[in-house]
Design a protein around this ligand. Structure first.
Ligand SMILES: *[C@@H]1O[C@H](CO)[C@@H](O)[C@H](O)[C@H]1NC(C)=O
Length: 267
């Protein structure tokens, strides 16, 4: 698979004040430079290595393969720049009855499913953020509902650190539209950033899944970025970018979802 990167530069960002950090989070099912953290899905180890190479020396990633907790199966990796962020802590949970058991398949899911959870410290300011990157099952509705409940618990756990509340984000291909119970479970405890960013600052597309077809009639909105505690964050924009440009080649069957915001330097 060949990757194109122009979309990563597709948004210009307003200047940060000295007290804030310009943040960008992205989730992108790739089928396979602000202070950005990018969460991908459906990346097998060779693709993760391609991304790592393609993004250059400045970027690295955290995450493991879902089949064995090492290199086998799809990753939900989070890419970040180690010059900007210190990875302080990370773990992988399997979306199953046994979240710590590598390779476990939950409920009625077709496949093992994971969430990569990582806490980062912004090196120059000390501000912290947690990013959770996931990919829900495409078949099992019970699995998706229970995965949502599990992720609510995980986000609660990771939101307190040294008796402070730090912002927890969840990005991913959830394989559910907003009318699904699994989405609503997440939305009852967290906020879809799409609903937090004022609509005048939305741009691009609405639908995030296009398949590899130009016909948009069956496009759906299944990739989302949630935030647990939006207090203190200033929202700049919410965008669903393109996955196909003038050359007509689909980069993926999903579109990237990108949210830009400012975070206080001190929390
Ligand atoms: C990330 O997780 C892996 C696997 O548990 C562990 O070996 C590594 O030390 C962790 N890194 C950090 C910085 O927490």
């Amino acid at each position: 698979m060949k990757f194109n990167y122009p979309l990563f530069n597709a948004i210009s960002v307003a200047a940060a004040s000295p007290r804030t950090i310009n943040m960008r989070l992205m989730t992108y099912n790739i089928r396979l430079a602000v202070s950005a953290l990018m969460c991908f899905q459906e990346a097998t180890f060779p693709q993760v290595q391609d991304l790592d190479t393609g993004l250059g020396d400045e970027w690295t990633y955290v995450g493991v393969g879902r089949d064995d907790g090492a290199q086998a199966g799809e990753f939900s990796p989070i890419f970040y720049r180690p010059s900007v962020w210190k990875l302080e802590d990370n773990t992988t949970y399997w979306l199953s009855e046994t979240p710590e058991e590598a390779g476990s398949v939950g409920w009625d899911a077709a496949l093992p499913r994971i969430v990569t959870v990582a806490r980062f410290r912004h090196k120059s300011s000390g501000a912290r953020i947690v990013y959770m990157c996931t990919h829900f099952d495409h078949r099992g509705q019970v699995a998706r509902e229970n995965s949502a409940k599990l992720l609510v618990r995980v986000s609660d756990e990771w939101s307190s650190y040294k008796s402070k509340t730090i912002p927890v984000f969840l990005g991913g291909d959830l394989n559910v539209t907003p009318d699904n119970v699994a989405y609503q479970t997440l939305a009852s405890e967290m906020y879809d950033t799409k609903n937090v960013v004022p609509e005048v600052h939305h741009f691009g597309n609405v639908k995030t899944y296009t398949g590899f077809t130009v016909d948009s009639s069956d496009d759906t909105e299944i990739d989302h970025i949630f935030v647990r505690d939006p207090d203190g964050l200033e929202w700049d924009s919410f965008a669903v970018l393109n996955t196909r440009f003038e050359d007509g080649i689909f980069i993926s069957d999903h579109r990237p979802v990108v949210v830009d915001f400012k975070m206080p330097r001190k929390q």
